[in-house]
Design a protein around this ligand. Structure first.
Ligand SMILES: NC(=O)C1=CN([C@@H]2O[C@H](COP(=O)(O)OP(=O)(O)OC[C@H]3O[C@@H](n4cnc5c(N)ncnc54)[C@H](OP(=O)(O)O)[C@@H]3O)[C@@H](O)[C@H]2O)[C@H](O)CC1
Ligand SMILES: [K+]
Length: 506
């Protein structure tokens, strides 16, 4: 699913009016009817007090139209207009007049100086103050209204966006935002819904298809792609009937050190569980027997270093290198890592201490083959890029780094984001139970396995992140978030691939 910017959505709006030969008032009526139906389905006529706060732009227009439908259906509605300036939009005014058709009670005009209206925990608040037209931080009286709403304990439903939230630019620290319990958003979710510092404002969110011009949407270059089950289905490559293990590649997992051989076990198990034809673990010699007894499908090469890697020698001709989990960062390891990277001409996967080594020895980046994949968690990312002030800046810096070094970054988090130059892919699978030791080692194994199976590196990263999350989601149905261990996630790669094609129960 495409994630479009506020500017693109406004353009889509105009393209829709033209291609469907409808007025903007018609489109607003369509949108507000869709939202009303959703609310009506849930409330089912309940006599709860509903307070609808409307701005004076089109988000406010939506709010007024929703108010009209609700009043018409017998709901107990009080409508407020935050009448802070004279620049009311045309469709706001049309819908302001239309309220007259269903009630004698005009909306209450707030002139933005008076006391904030009472809001009780028993109210349902509908927030239609600002949508994608927000253009500056929310301060002063409006901020007090937002804070009062947030503190009220009332169930709050936001229309299109929680008011005060920016959709695709950095959220100013001093700007008030409505904390919604649920958000109905139009056409596509917004980028800020997926970022750590802003993603909680929406509460749960639901994307409503408001019938925007499909040609415009098809042609639009998205701010990011949301990777859902459907997108993952399209990336998946079925295996051929007449094939052998040589067709599915060979992953060489260079990982582990004394006390952290588990990282090598987890990454190489995940690689074999995800379909690589062959997997070899390249480990310090203390890890050899551990690997051989814990995962018989994986071959091993023991390095000359006993407790940690100190060299890189292998006769293997063609493999995908997955390097970094649990290797440490001592001088010996750095020289083994540097040697391994230099020997590669095809893209490699670098994780964990591999990323820490690059961050501390930035000159090694020139030996990293183009389109290699780095999978940092935020601590590693910070070492690599320096800090950031907002999630948007984190993305900007990642894009710049990717562009400069021609590498793919998988930024791990609640929604892992794969960044390659100007392209971003936001993962929509996974859960908080996956925040557990070794989960990243499993991700490295999964992605390198798909690289070995000849997926294009960018698609291997995007698909691997999805399958990793989906494995965790299926595993959590049996183990709960708390019971998830990295090795368990890895065992659910097969069910996650099956799930891609399972018919949903309707
Ligand atoms: N294509 C679609 O997705 C459709 C969306 N619809 C709805 O329309 C809104 C967008 O409406 P728009 O009129 O462009 O903008 P808003 O209503 O969100 O806000 C504009 C008004 O807000 C004022 N503003 C902006 N920031 C602030 C602020 N920090 N403090 C105070 N006031 C602010 C702005 O004032 P100016 O002084 O800058 O002019 C405007 O008055 C979208 O979100 C949907 O809800 C359509 O219904 C259908 C298609
Ligand atoms: K809103």
């Amino acid at each position: 699913m495409k994630i479009l910017t506020a500017a693109q959505l406004a353009e889509a709006d105009q393209a829709t009016l033209k291609s469907q030969n409808i007025s903007s008032t018609d489109l607003m009526e369509r949108v507000s009817t869709l939202v009303f139906n959703k609310i009506h389905e849930r409330l089912n006529g309940a006599p709860v007090p509903v307070k609808i706060f409307c701005g004076i732009g089109n988000n406010g227009g939506d709010g007024l139209a929703i108010a009209r439908h609700m009043i018409q259906h017998g709901y107990h509605v009080t409508t407020y207009v935050t009448n802070c300036s004279k620049k009311r939009s045309k469709d706001f005014l049309v819908n302001y007049d239309k309220v007259k058709e269903v009630t004698k009670d005009w909306p209450i005009l707030l002139d933005c100086e008076e006391d904030i209206p009472e809001i009780s925990p028993k109210d349902i608040v509908i927030d239609a103050i600002f949508g994608i037209g927000l253009n500056r931080p929310v301060k002063g009286w409006m901020a007090s209204l937002f804070n009062r709403t947030n503190d009220s304990g009332a169930f709050t439903v936001s229309i299109d966006m929680p008011s005060g939230l920016f959709s695709d630019t950095a959220q100013p620290a001093d700007s008030a935002v409505i904390q919604a319990d649920h958000t109905f958003t139009f056409n596509s979710p917004k980028l800020s819904f997926f970022l750590e510092d802003t993603g909680n404002y929406t509460g749960t969110f639901e994307v409503l298809n408001i019938g925007l011009d499909p040609t415009f949407i098809h042609q639009a270059d998205p701010a990011a792609m949301l990777i859902t089950r459907e997108s993952a289905q399209n990336i998946y490559r079925p295996r051929k009937k007449f094939s052998h293990k040589g067709d599915y590649g060979h992953v060489l997992v260079m990982a582990g050190s004394k006390g952290k051989i588990g990282a090598a076990v987890l990454a190489s198990t995940a690689a074999i569980n995800s379909g690589a034809g062959k997997v070899t673990a390249y480990v310090p010699s203390c890890g050899n027997d551990i690997l051989q007894s814990s995962v018989p499908e994986v071959m091993t090469i023991a390095d000359s270093g006993v407790d940690q890697l100190n060299d890189f020698k292998t006769e293997l001709e063609k493999y995908i290198l997955c390097v970094g989990p649990g290797i440490g960062t001592s001088d010996e390891v750095v020289s083994a890592f540097a040697k391994a990277i230099k020997l590669q001409s095809s893209p490699v996967l670098i994780d964990a201490d591999g990323i820490n080594i690059l961050a501390a020895n930035i000159e090694l980046l020139k030996d990293v083959p183009a389109k290699s994949i780095l999978t940092p968690h935020d601590g590693e990312l910070e070492r690599l890029l320096g800090g950031w002030d907002s999630s948007m800046e984190r993305l900007d810096k990642a894009r710049e780094f990717s562009m400069q070094h021609d590498v793919i970054l998988v930024l791990k988090g609640a929604h892992s984001i794969t960044v390659y130059k100007d392209h971003m892919y936001i993962n929509d699978s996974g859960n908080a139970g996956m925040a557990t030791a070794g989960s990243g080692d499993v991700l490295s194994g999964i992605i390198s396995s798909f690289m070995a199976q000849s997926y294009d590196p960018l698609m291997a990263a995007v698909f691997g992140a999805y399958i990793h999350g989906a494995s965790g989601d299926i595993a959590a149905q049996t183990y709960a978030h708390e019971g998830l261990r990295a090795g368990i996630i890895s065992n659910f790669v097969g069910p996650a691939i099956l799930q891609l094609f399972r018919q949903e129960n309707k």
